[in-house]
Design a protein around this ligand. Structure first.
Ligand code: NAG
Ligand code: NAG
Ligand code: NAG
Ligand code: NAG
Ligand code: NAG
Ligand code: NAG
Ligand code: NAG
Length: 420
């Protein structure tokens, strides 16, 4: 999977494919799932898009590319929901499939409007460029009981929307008012009739209440180019909150076939963040256990504590320069700008997983593969690809606790502050 977006357009197409497989295989049949999006709406986690591999009758299901080579993954065709009002374990969790209207893609950019109980999906990739259609913004409206429906979300300014290039590997953050899509890479598999692969400069925004899109590249953009990064909105600092971007790469502007591996990377010591309203950009040097970098295609999740601190969890990802994936996790504590190392994942390295905050103080990590290892031809040690991390106890597990106590900064982090 690691560099499918580098593959020249048209190199590989599907040959005949066996009957469709289930989107939620049994624990015994599940192998790997990655590049899905996840959001929390009410009592449910919704997991959308991505690709997966599985077994059928004890054998690894394989598919053929046009060139005859064997591939192991196909796109997930449903949106999947998980009920978080009850405790569960990764090997017994019930997952519901919801039929998708709209394109079946992977690696999309998604953001939630939690007050409206909806999430949006923009860009992403048609794997192997199959069955592509014109790109628009799609919206999923949750029904409050684990289901919901997809529809097109029309823009108030369609002429601007029509000029936007949909890509993948963008960093996305949303406030209660707007979504911010930073950078990314556009290719012939993310945009119909696109001839060349290019990194997208700057930042596009979508206002949730006015439905107005803006391309901020020349007027407001915290970054020139950025891909494979992760972004978090931190509501509690400054008049409008702040949006942080972590990691990723800055492929050169005119590179016709940008390669993360040889591109300049963003460091994780000197962080960049901006005010979502004024777009003013700041930077701050962190201390503590700064996570190793280059790092891209990892996941993050943010927690606010009652005393006004905000902690950002970071997990896994890829070092494309040195060609390996990470198994480690870290937490950045704000406003101290201190990194603390957390325990490694007990289930190996993973990249392109999704992380969400669940049950007050837990992180749910969904999917992920070792892009430099066996990729999709591998059985995930985590049942159904689901891993949980309790931020306060600082422990990994395969069980979700629906009645876990409220979040509070972990003791070690509180001590950092009291030590001054
Ligand atoms: C999704 O649909 C395609 C086309 O029908 C099919 O080939 C594929 O197997 C389906 N995905 C899964 C996970 O079964
Ligand atoms: C593409 O669309 C055709 C016609 O609807 C369908 O039969 C085929 O399974 C689709 N392929 C994929 C990979 O979704
Ligand atoms: C925004 O506009 C610039 C040109 O000013 C263009 O290069 C860029 O691709 C646009 N961004 C998106 C996401 O389409
Ligand atoms: C941190 O990054 C910013 C923006 O790239 C730069 O202006 C600043 O000089 C850097 N700070 C340090 C200490 O390197
Ligand atoms: C979004 O639109 C609302 C209503 O016009 C406006 O108040 C708000 O400032 C806009 N958000 C941004 C980030 O520009
Ligand atoms: C995580 O990876 C590192 C580097 O390969 C390794 O030393 C460490 O033992 C791994 N941790 C776990 C829990 O497997
Ligand atoms: C969930 O957390 C609560 C509060 O700490 C505890 O009493 C309960 O035993 C936990 N439940 C599970 C399933 O671990």
């Amino acid at each position: 999977m690691a560099s499918t977006w580098l593959v020249v357009l048209g190199l590989a197409f599907w040959a005949a494919i066996a009957a469709a497989l289930p989107d939620v295989p049994s624990v015994a049949n599940f192998m790997r799932k990655a590049t899905a999006n996840a959001v929390v709406l009410g009592d449910f986690v919704y997991v959308d898009g991505g690709e997966m591999s599985q077994k059928v009758d004890g054998k690894v299901a394989t598919f053929k590319d046009r060139d005859g080579s064997v591939i192991f993954s196909v796109q997930v065709n449903s949106t999947v929901s998980i009920d978080m009002s009850k405790s569960w374990t990764s090997d017994s969790v019930a997952m519901r499939t919801i039929k998708k209207q709209g394109p079946l893609k992977t690696n999309m950019q998604a953001w939630a409007d939690r007050s409206a109980n909806v999430f949006y999906s923009w860009g992403g990739k048609w794997i192997r460029g199959f069955n592509m259609t014109e790109t628009t913004l799609w919206k999923f409206a949750a029904d409050g009981s684990g289901g919901g429906t997809w529809s097109v979300a029309p823009a108030a300014n369609p002429s601007l929307l029509n000029t936007l290039h949909p890509g993948e590997f963008a960093a996305v953050a949303a406030t209660s008012d707007s979504a911010f899509v930073m950078g990314g890479v556009a290719s012939g598999w993310t945009e119909q009739f696109r001839a060349i692969t290019q990194t997208l400069p700057g930042m596009a925004t979508y206002n949730l209440s006015t439905r107005v899109w803006q391309n901020g590249t020349t007027n407001f953009s915290p970054f020139d180019r950025i891909a494979g990064a992760s972004a978090e909105f931190v509501p509690s600092f400054g008049p409008n909150g702040l949006i942080f971007a972590f990691g990723g790469f800055a492929p050169p502007a005119d590179d016709p076939n940008p390669d993360f591996g040889t591109s300049p990377n963003f460091d994780l010591q000197n962080l960049t963040f901006f005010d979502p309203q004024t777009k003013k950009t700041y930077s701050q040097v962190t201390t503590g256990d700064v996570p190793p970098y280059p790092r891209s295609e990892f996941c993050t999740a943010g927690f606010s504590d009652p005393s006004g601190r905000h902690e950002i969890f970071m997990f896994g990802g890829t070092n494309r320069r040195d060609k390996f994936a990470y198994n480690d996790s870290y937490v950045l504590s704000l406003p101290g700008f201190v990194w603390t190392k957390l325990p490694d994942s007990p289930d190996g390295v993973r990249t392109t997983q999704a992380c969400v905050v669940v049950g007050n103080r837990q992180v749910l990590s969904i999917g992920g593969v070792d892009g430099f290892g066996k990729g999709y031809n591998d059985v995930d040690p985590a049942p159904q690809g689901l891993l949980l991390f309790d931020m306060v106890d600082q422990k990994w597990s395969h069980s979700y606790n629906a009645s876990a106590p409220a979040y509070e900064s972990p003791k070690a982090i509180q001590d950092l502050y009291s030590a001054g």
